[in-house]
Design a protein around this ligand. Structure first.
Ligand SMILES: Cc1cc2nc3c(=O)[nH]c(=O)nc-3n(C[C@H](O)[C@H](O)[C@H](O)COP(=O)(O)O)c2cc1C
Length: 365
């Protein structure tokens, strides 16, 4: 039997297999409140060892894209409850991905047209977000000029994450994943090329640039328990105008070491660069490792067999194959998702992909 189908004990949460559904924004949430359709979508995919939801912003300030869900209001919590209930009824497990995009945002999706925030007042060049154009129409627009967070603002961000994690548990999630990748706020602080702050949240010392993320991890851990917390990173992904910087490998390895001491659910990495760096990262982080990015069933099974990782996340294959685990287990053919349906729209390309063996899921409206 392939290692993919072996069970895994994730800090007490029993996963029936090692195949994780990677977080994927689907941009089908017009008013930031998770709709009933989303409950159906995730329940259809409950065969995954673990589902990690699409990004949910921890505050209005953390929003960078239209039609994405939040996790900071009572209505949003109630919306998410519908999804967690549906997944649990289908015998699945589900973590919420908590995010703050930092400067990867636009004034038109910020409260009162405010400027987005970042470690420093430097805009992300050649980076666009889905927001409103000057005519008020939904459109791809360049990321706005941000303002630098002051210390009160930094404390506010940490508190927003702490509260969002509490909200996630109230909404019935099994845990949360902090989104520290994709060039968003935490990675903006970690990147030594961008973060030239002169206080203890920036500059040359690695510990300064890791401080925001580690203080957030600790605040959330104190709130909901460290074993319910995962952290996602994407070193070397070069997204949203973040570039190579001096001491880059040492920075990520220091983070792996610091996270090792925190008894977390897992660390989730996409884009670990070279296989040599992947091996270094694996030995620097001593807890459960989850890898994502371009896996095939064969490479995933091999990575598990070689102990390169403990769990493997699949993204795109879960879009068109709600029963991905069963298809792989039985060697059934895989469907291919059309890119045009990734973001936005309704049920089409979302909840209308059939299982190889059709089943009915009961999801309340
Ligand atoms: C439509 C789409 C939306 C995504 N949204 C997110 C997201 O919200 N948060 C995140 O961390 N990664 C996101 N990703 C990245 C995926 O989690 C994953 O790392 C990527 O798709 C590579 O894995 P794959 O080759 O198995 O698809 C997204 C990817 C896709 C295709």
């Amino acid at each position: 039997m392939s290692a993919l189908f072996e069970p895994y004990d994730l800090a007490g949460l029993k996963l029936p297999n090692r195949l994780v559904m990677a977080p994927m924004t689907r941009a089908r949430v017009p008013d930031t409140v998770p709709p009933a359709q989303m409950a159906l979508y995730y329940a259809q995919r409950a065969g995954a060892g673990l589902i990690i939801t699409e990004s949910a912003q921890v505050s209005p300030q953390g929003c960078g894209y239209l039609c994405t869900p939040g996790i900071h209001s009572e209505a949003q919590i109630a919306g998410w409850r519908r999804t967690t209930d549906a997944v649990h009824r289908a015998e699945g497990r589900i973590f919420a991905q908590l995010s703050h995009v930092g400067r990867v945002s636009h004034t038109s999706v910020q409260e009162n047209g405010a400027a987005p925030v970042a470690p420093v007042a430097v805009a992300a060049a050649q980076t666009s977000v889905q927001a409103f154009n000057a005519k008020g129409e939904p459109s791809q627009v360049p990321a706005s000029q941000p303002i630098a967070l002051d210390l009160a603002g930094i404390r506010g961000v940490i508190d927003d994450f702490r509260r969002a994690a509490r909200n996630a548990m109230t909404a019935g999630f099994d845990g949360v994943e902090i989104h520290a990748g994709n060039g968003y706020l935490f990675e903006q602080f970690i990147n030594g090329g961008l973060n030239t702050r002169e206080d203890h949240y920036g500059g040359t010392p690695i510990a300064n640039r890791l401080r925001l993320l580690l203080e957030t991890v600790d605040a959330i851990s104190a709130e909901i328990g460290s074993t319910r917390v995962g952290v996602r990173v994407s070193p070397f992904a070069r997204l949203a105008d973040l570039h190579a910087f001096e001491g880059e490998e040492a920075t990520w390895l220091a983070l792996a070491g610091a996270l090792s001491q925190r008894n977390l659910a897992y660390v989730h990495a996409s884009h670990l660069g070279t296989s040599a760096f992947q091996a270094l990262f694996r030995s620097a982080y001593c807890g459960t490792l989850l890898l994502a990015g371009g896996f095939t069933p064969e490479t995933a099974a091999q990575a598990l067999a070689d102990r390169d990782t403990d769990l493997v996340a699949f993204g795109k294959p879960f879009i068109a194959n709600p029963d991905l685990v069963e298809r792989l287990r039985n060697d059934w053919p895989l469907a291919e998702a059309g890119r045009e349906a990734f973001y936005g729209g309704g049920a089409e390309g979302y909840t209308d992909y059939p299982s190889y063996t059709p089943e009915a899921w009961a999801v309340p409206a």
